[in-house]
Design a protein around this ligand. Structure first.
Ligand SMILES: *Cc1c(COP(=O)(O)O)cnc(C)c1O
Length: 358
């Protein structure tokens, strides 16, 4: 029995190292994880209170259709419950979409660099991945080159907005212009995992465009600004024509009861999100000033991380930082590091360590 042939070129995902591993390995008491874009302020206190009250009835399967959560998400976003697919994080939603849409010989278009899971699932399904480099000066996704890369085989264009790892943001006007030029049988997926963090634009979303473009899908998650990465819950807003294929491949109980309850509570506490976003924007500014003063190239971020050129072996630098108790992300582009915006004091200390190394 051989493994599926499409797996030959793939490797298992390597996540950011857990804090406990680094503590044990380096004999450190305090370790700060700034490698996976988690929220340093945790999650809404209302979530914890609701979960504590929900520990009865664990013997029952969850509501596979996530009815109550869908109602909350629909109300919050002003969309219909019929347009929602809920998943065990966006990782699950990306797999659902890829499995339902892609076959052997299809093509997807992605930015380079971008979130790695779009490519992984496409390759598993036998599809080819066309990579369009981001603008090297600004780090922005190159929409013109993406349009030029469309062929008769193109099935999906993945737009990560803001883009992970560059942090750059495509304003709505550019998305509108882009959608007007994409053939209607090509899916455009806007992965808005970091949408809450966007501050440069009030209408910072593709949501308004859904009624006009049935080939558009918008994805959101509770893992980043909402601080619920441990519970695994995210969703996509889709045109009703995709409900059937996505519901067929979705596992029947793909999100847990506790995750659904937590997500409803988290949506209800927008004050927590506002405070998270406000602090993040201030801290991001301090990183920009520091990197500018240090003459280090970086991209302008609208997310909760910043991506910069260390002009050295960034894996070695990441290792050096780990020895001092800071876990950051190397390996996304030669010489560059991605650092999550953490607590103000931790950001300050990390900048001091870096300025001593540089
Ligand atoms: C973190 C991240 C995800 C995955 O989030 P989960 O909902 O935790 O699975 C998806 N897309 C991007 C761009 C991300 O950075």
């Amino acid at each position: 029995m051989e493994e599926k042939a499409t797996l030959a070129s793939l490797s298992p995902y390597v996540p950011g190292k857990p804090i406990a591993d680094v503590q044990a390995e380096y004999g450190l008491e305090k370790v700060i994880k700034l490698a996976s874009n988690e929220n340093p302020f945790g999650s809404s206190k209302k979530v914890q209170a609701a979960l504590a009250k929900s520990l009865d009835n664990l013997e029952y399967y969850p509501d596979g259709g996530a009815k109550a959560l869908k109602k909350a998400i629909a109300d919050f976003n002003g969309v219909s419950e019929e347009q929602l697919i809920v998943g065990s994080g966006l990782d699950d939603v990306i797999q659902i979409i890829s499995r339902a849409i892609l076959s052997d010989g299809d093509e997807i278009i992605v930015a380079d660099p971008t979130f790695s899971q779009y490519e992984l699932h496409a390759v598993v399904e036998g599809a080819n991945v066309i990579k369009v480099p981001v603008d090297s000066e600004t780090g922005t996704i190159d929409l013109q080159q993406m349009l030029a890369a469309i062929t008769d085989s193109t099935k999906i264009i993945w737009l990560c907005n803001p883009n992970n790892p560059t942090g750059t943001y495509l304003p709505q006007a550019e998305i509108i212009d882009f959608l007007a030029q994409v053939p209607r049988d090509v899916l455009v997926i806007s992965d808005e995992a970091y949408q809450e963090y966007v501050t440069i634009e009030a209408v910072s979303t593709s949501l308004d465009l859904l009624p006009k473009y049935s080939n558009l899908i918008v994805m959101r998650t509770f893992s980043k600004a909402y601080g619920l990465a441990a519970l695994r819950i995210g969703y996509a807003i889709v045109s009703e024509r995709f409900k059937r294929p996505f519901e067929i491949v979705r596992l029947p109980f793909n999100t847990s009861t506790l995750a659904q309850i937590a997500a409803i509570e988290a949506l209800g506490d927008q004050a927590f999100i506002e405070e998270t976003v406000r602090t993040n924007a201030l801290e991001l500014k301090k990183w920009e000033v520091f990197l500018t003063d240090s003459q280090v190239d970086f991209y302008l971020s609208q997310a909760n991380f910043i991506f910069f050129d260390t002009k050295q072996d960034s894996r070695k630098l990441a290792e050096q930082l780990m020895r001092r108790g800071y876990i950051v992300r190397a390996g996304l582009r030669e010489g560059w590091l991605r650092v999550t915006i953490g607590y103000p004091e931790d950001n300050q200390k990390l900048r001091e360590i870096l300025s001593n190394i540089w």
